[in-house]
Design a protein around this ligand. Structure first.
Ligand code: CO
Length: 402
């Protein structure tokens, strides 16, 4: 029996996963020998699928299939890189599945109606350098050349790493594409959460990439002796912070679409026999709609102020990060939904993707695949080949509908 599209994808992904630093799972950072090795493999696959291949100055490998007629290309892709000790699917699956779809089309003697490009971006995870998404940013003309001076842990600048990889950073500005020169960008990615598995669904169509904001919070009371300070005279910063953590959680539980997390907490003096004098904590809020997140931030800060006031604590808050939500393009999303089937559920993406930055160039849409127990950024990442098969069939219909 011939291999299904899903089995073919699974074999290719297993092969790609071997292009990794030694150790558990997959470790493949940008502009490294592992990156070069996976590009050699992807180049073979692209050529076998009849694509014209080139590596652009941002380290994005691009394979292009010409269409039956000329016109704006449909872009499909994702990132080649992984986190340290990551899995075999996050990123690279979004490169492999479009290649399986294009190879299948070619084998059935068909060409896409309009050109299709498959892109394997160098760096989405931002593990090696304190920046990421240079591939999509270069294509949208928004790459900040100052990022070339950023250094990795070994002191190598991004510019040096790129030149060492055979790239010319001076050519980055010329990569910018004209708005309107492409139809749009569709990214296939693992969900990285458990929602599709819970719903018993192999695929999901993404509505929006969540916006994010982060706040740094300091609650200050008075450090005191744990044995001699009466309970009613204490200004216990940690007890106040505990209420704050629960208030943030409670608000997110009560607000559809909102994710809110107190992820880091530092206690002073953090000893067994002292009343805590100060606590520093982080509040992170994510939502697919900016207004939801912004209202939640206001309400959370109001809760924190009243908790602090009731306990005689001083409160300092500062917003340290803000990234707007990126809604997926309605028309391209409808087209993806039509290709996937009307029963495929919609869901937001809580994580950032290459699509977030591609949205500065063109309409974007995303297709999520169910992953086992929502595990990602871990060697235990797993996707069923039947689910990949459904995704490839969706891509074939999407391409043919172009
Ligand atoms: Co990813």
């Amino acid at each position: 029996m011939p291999m299904s599209h899903g089995e073919r994808a699974a074999a290719m992904l297993a092969e790609a996963a071997r292009r990794s630093e030694p150790g558990p799972g997959v470790t493949r950072l940008p502009f490294t020998p592992e990156h070069r090795a996976v590009l050699a493999l992807v180049t073979q696959w692209m050529e076998a699928a009849g694509l014209a291949v080139h590596l652009d100055a941002a380290g994005t490998l691009i394979g292009r299939a010409e269409g039956e007629r000329d016109g704006p290309a449909l872009l499909l892709g994702s990132h080649q890189d992984s986190v340290r000790e990551g899995g075999a699917y996050d990123g690279i699956m979004g490169v492999v599945l479009p290649l399986v779809a294009l190879a299948a089309l070619r084998e059935s003697g068909k060409r896409p109606p309009l050109p299709v490009e498959v892109l394997a971006f160098a760096d989405e995870e931002g593990v090696r350098f304190p920046t990421a998404l240079m591939g999509p940013r270069a294509l949208s003309g928004r790459f900040d050349m100052a990022a070339l001076e950023m250094r990795d842990a070994e002191g190598v600048t991004l510019g040096e790493a790129m030149r060492g990889f055979g790239l010319d950073p001076g050519a980055l500005p010329a990569l910018a594409r004209k708005p309107g020169s492409v139809q749009g960008y569709v990214e296939v990615h693992i969900e990285q959460g458990p929602a599709l598995q819970e719903a018993g669904q192999p695929l999901g169509v993404v509505t929006a990439i969540c916006g994010i904001e982060r706040h740094s919070v300091v609650m200050t009371g008075r450090a005191a002796h744990a044995g001699t300070t009466p309970m009613d005279l204490r200004r216990d910063a940690l007890a106040g912070a505990a209420e704050a953590v629960l208030a943030v959680e409670g608000q997110a539980r009560a607000t559809p679409g909102l994710m809110a997390t107190v992820g880091a907490l530092t206690v002073e003096p953090n000893v067994v026999n002292a009343v805590p004098g100060a606590v520093r904590l982080t509040v992170e809020l994510r939502a697919p709609v900016d207004a939801t997140r912004e209202e939640a931030a206001e309400t959370s800060l109001r809760h924190l102020r009243s908790i602090a006031a009731a306990r005689g604590l001083d409160l300092l808050t500062e917003r340290t990060y803000r990234q707007a939500a990126q809604p997926c393009d309605p028309a391209l999303t409808e087209r993806l939904q039509a290709a996937a089937g009307s029963g495929v559920p919609r869901l937001p993406s809580g994580a950032t993707h290459d699509a977030s930055a591609m949205a500065d160039l063109c309409p974007v849409a995303m297709l999520f695949l169910r992953c086992r127990d929502g595990i990602s950024h871990h060697p235990g990442e797993a996707v069923r080949s039947e689910d990949m098969d459904a995704a490839v069939k969706t891509l074939i219909r999407l391409i043919q509908g172009g």
